[in-house]
Write a protein that binds this ligand. Structure first.
Ligand SMILES: Nc1ncnc2c1ncn2[C@@H]1O[C@H](COP(=O)(O)OP(=O)(O)O)[C@@H](O)[C@H]1O
Ligand SMILES: Nc1ccn([C@H]2C[C@H](O)[C@@H](COP(=O)(O)OP(=O)(O)O)O2)c(=O)n1
Length: 235
């Protein structure tokens, strides 16, 4: 059984899918973590590019792109339990930095990068029951998934959630407006990708989480999955 949960940044994908995966005792594939690990693996090459954006050199297919692509293909990413291993090393705690927030959308909009990660995700999933969360799990990576959910909420609500996740020291340094602006920039990249565009699959159950609590969202999904254990636990 494959369950997909897609949606934009801060909408509640990781927390809801993490909760459901634990309750169901099934694998959780966080596709964003794979994109983040790849960005970490090639960050020196990305930093060497003008403005750090690989799109121009990809479109020109120039030497810089060939170097970067060669490097991408040499990176080995694997999930072990809840840890993400990059070339055999646990990098899970290094994936959520502002630097990775910035670099990952730039790398993940390139079609060959998406194909590279999609293959990895499918190979991790082979023959297993799982929840896959991201942007294009229900549309591209697992189009035959039995259960698909698409979470949405306004950028203001999502920015506030992200801000509340920050340590008080960081909250003092970063305004809500700045975070909302970053979220809007990432939304724009996600919605305008050539491939893997952020959108709901035709057969996805769309849930607006803006005015719902975390428990509400879990319950709606659990109800839709008709999973009595989860419903009972939350009820
Ligand atoms: N329905 C909800 N209502 C309020 N806060 C939520 C809800 N769902 C998730 N959150 C909180 O919002 C923050 C962002 O959620 P997260 O799961 O990290 O989003 P995503 O994976 O989509 O980026 C987390 O602190 C999470 O606990
Ligand atoms: N299936 C996916 C998952 C993530 N991405 C991109 C989009 C985001 O900018 C980054 C990181 O995604 P992640 O889900 O970890 O982060 P956010 O929830 O957006 O903060 O990767 C993607 O293009 N396709």
């Amino acid at each position: 059984m494959i369950i997909t949960i897609d949606g934009p940044a801060g909408v509640g994908k990781s927390s809801v899918s993490g909760y459901l995966a634990k309750k169901e005792n099934i694998l959780l594939l966080k596709s964003g973590s794979f994109y983040r690990a790849l960005s970490l693996g090639v960050k020196d090459e990305l930093a060497a590019l003008p403005s750090g954006d690989p799109e121009t050199c990809y479109e020109l297919r120039d030497k810089r792109w060939q170097r970067l692509w060669h490097r991408i293909q040499s990176v080995y990413i694997r999930q072990q339990d809840e840890q993400i291993l990059l070339n055999g090393q646990d990098v899970t705690d290094r994936l959520g930095t502002p630097e990775m927030d910035f670099l990952t959308p730039l790398l993940s909009k390139l079609p060959p990068v998406r194909h590279f990660i999609n293959n990895l995700l499918r190979s991790q999933a082979e023959g297993r029951s799982l929840i896959a969360e991201g942007r294009d799990m229900g549309t591209v990576v697992f189009p035959h998934a039995r259960h698909k959910f698409f979470l949405e909420a306004g950028s203001g609500v999502r920015a506030r959630r992200r801000w509340e996740q920050l340590h008080p020291k960081e909250q003092a340094l970063r305004s809500l407006a700045e975070i909302e602006n970053q979220i809007s920039v990432r939304d724009k990249i996600d919605r305008n990708k050539k491939e893997g565009t952020l959108r709901a699959a035709e057969n996805a159950h769309i849930i607006d989480t803006g005015s719902l609590t975390f428990e509400d969202v879990c319950q709606i999904i659990a109800g839709s999955l008709n999973n009595r254990n989860i419903c009972n636990h939350l009820g």
